[in-house]
Design a protein around this ligand. Sequence first.
Ligand SMILES: Nc1ncnc2c1ncn2[C@@H]1O[C@H](COP(=O)(O)OP(=O)(O)OP(=O)(O)O)[C@@H](O)[C@H]1O
Length: 245
Amino acid sequence: MDTDHKNTPMTPAIALRDVQFAWPGQSAPVLDIPDFSLAPGERLFLYGPSGAGKTSLLNLLAGIVLPQRGEVTLLGQSMAALSGRQRDRFRARHIGVVFQQFNLIPYLTVLANVCLAAHFARRTPEDGTPATPSDVRNHARELLCALGLPLEIAEQPASNLSVGQQQRVAVARALITRPEILLADEPSSALDSDHRDAFMEVMLRQVAETGSTLIFVSHDRSLATAFDHQQDLRELSRVSVGEEL
Ligand SMILES: Nc1ncnc2c1ncn2[C@@H]1O[C@H](COP(=O)(O)OP(=O)(O)OP(=O)(O)O)[C@@H](O)[C@H]1O
């Protein structure tokens, strides 16, 4: 169970060992990663050409898919040891994910989309996340405002928003739970330079305050200087084209 996972100061936030992953129906792995780990609080900028498997890797780390071989361990918890439902719960409580497609619920208001993540995480004040609904709403409004979204937008359905606005709502939704691990897949791709700078400041400030471990995927290499490390996925993953699993 999620609550059983051991998390000592020496435990990496993220650890992959001998991981091979192929999408269903494909015999060739998209990822083959012998060894990869990040310490708590490390911030990694991940890049690589389109199709290299960056999004696939984030799906593995979020526990959305499991590898055919090897082990993915987050905060000391093996993902394979959890059922699908337990992985969903683990993700809600410990991981913030900004998906490329945002995955907002279109008919819910912006505020409801952001607050729902806090509801599913069901954190207590001791975890550092406000517990009362009105505190959560205030925190959500603060995040939306810091990300440059006008306040009146909070009460509109998410489907009314521009792509760049939806992207920032998705970022607020990932940050509101103050997750130990933040996985962001091209989270600034639809933003102009002013909004991108504001977004980077908000995200990095909260990550620093919370001590979150961050993997940030982007094609914009100019952003890499804000991170502890940058990594080309092709150097991490030794995929042999045509190899059978
Ligand atoms: N849900 C899926 N089902 C089947 N195959 C998939 C799925 N998602 C990705 N793939 C395949 O896995 C490979 C890697 O795709 P992935 O999206 O991980 O690359 P990427 O590096 O994130 O690319 P981009 O920079 O364009 O976002 C591609 O060949 C893609 O077709």
